[in-house]
Design a protein around this ligand. Structure first.
Ligand SMILES: [Cu+2]
Length: 115
């Protein structure tokens, strides 16, 4: 009986780590939620893949005017962020490197890493 349970457990672990993982990873890569609150972007460092379109889903919780814009200066991309709503920003990063994104005054700071 104990052996059977151990076998079932191993089977579950194999399924969980090797078979279930690819679909979960894909969902994370295609659309990433970014919370804007308390002076920080969460997550503040976002890793994406070169030439693979990705949606950054900004959710602004901070009412201060400071947070109302997000600017990717080097990529020439910016967006207005409505309060308590989702704002989808689609990027198709063609260039590898690290790109800062900030609010218009540079107080909120985040980094997009293209690999
Ligand atoms: Cu600001």
């Amino acid at each position: 009986m104990a052996n059977l349970l151990a076998l079932l457990l191993i089977g579950f672990i194999v399924w969980w780590f090797w078979l279930a993982k690819p679909s979960r990873r894909k969902a994370v890569t295609d659309s990433i939620d970014v919370i804007v609150d308390g002076g920080v972007y969460t997550p503040a460092v976002i890793e994406v893949t070169q030439d693979k379109p990705v949606i950054l889903n900004f959710i602004r919780r901070d009412a201060s005017p400071c947070a109302e814009k997000v600017i990717f200066a080097e990529m020439d991309v910016s967006a207005d962020l409505p309060l308590d709503q989702e704002k989808k920003l689609e990027l198709n990063p063609h260039q590898k490197g690290e790109f800062d994104f900030t609010c218009q005054m540079g107080m909120y700071r985040g980094k997009l890493i293209v690999k």
